[in-house]
Design a protein around this ligand. Structure first.
Ligand code: ADP
Length: 180
């Protein structure tokens, strides 16, 4: 399903983000930026060495990527021209600024996309896999943050939330429906 807010289409799909045809995909990376499991592993596998090489360069310059922040690389062999890597918070019960950090992820990804003139972006359900963030709360933050951003910044034309599992897909569909 999709919704139009100002100029921007917000879409929820079920699928594999490495197959995205949009300008940019977001990776739920870890602080090392050197790849890992889940969506991170899939993106590096399909995108190839060029992505890892750029991640290593960034890491050599700035060290680990802090939780909530984002960096940008080529899309390598992916259809997407760019990958934005962000580090979601590990869920530790909710009293360790997890919500704030997760919001930072979405906001920093959108800002970085805008600064690089990116017009369309696919985003996975950050932190809801290995990092165990509760899915309903994570979806609320994801959708609210992106909508807040596009209400103020008109350059993004298409935001696609790519849900890998059925549970997230149903949660996102339900939430998006509620936005008039
Ligand atoms: P995190 O460590 O941030 O939790 P994960 O990769 O473990 O990162 O999970 C984040 C989300 O990405 C989960 O909802 C998981 O189901 C989803 N995911 C895993 N593989 C893919 C993929 N190929 N495309 C899109 N989403 C994926």
């Amino acid at each position: 399903m999709d919704k139009k807010i100002n100029q921007t289409i917000i879409e929820v799909i079920k699928g594999n983000i490495t197959k995205s045809q949009l300008d940019c995909i977001v990776n739920a990376a870890n602080t090392s930026l050197l790849g890992g499991g889940g969506v991170d592993g899939a993106i590096h596998r399909v995108g190839g060495k060029a992505i890892l090489d750029e991640c290593i360069k960034i890491r050599n310059k700035q060290g680990n990527c802090p939780v909530g922040e984002a960096v940008i690389t080529t899309g390598g062999n992916l259809k997407a021209k760019y990958v934005i890597h962000t580090v979601g918070p590990v869920w530790k019960g909710g009293k360790n600024n997890e919500a704030e950090k997760l919001k930072d992820c979405y906001m920093n990804c959108m800002k970085l996309a805008q600064n690089n003139h990116i017009r369309s972006i696919s985003i996975p359900n950050i932190s809801t896999g290995i990092y165990s963030y509760p899915k309903v709360e994570a979806a609320n933050i994801a959708i609210q943050s992106v909508i807040d951003f596009i209400r103020r910044n008109k350059s993004m034309l298409h935001v696609q939330f790519v849900c890998f599992d059925e549970e997230n897909y149903e949660i996102y569909e339900e939430k998006l429906k509620r936005y008039a």
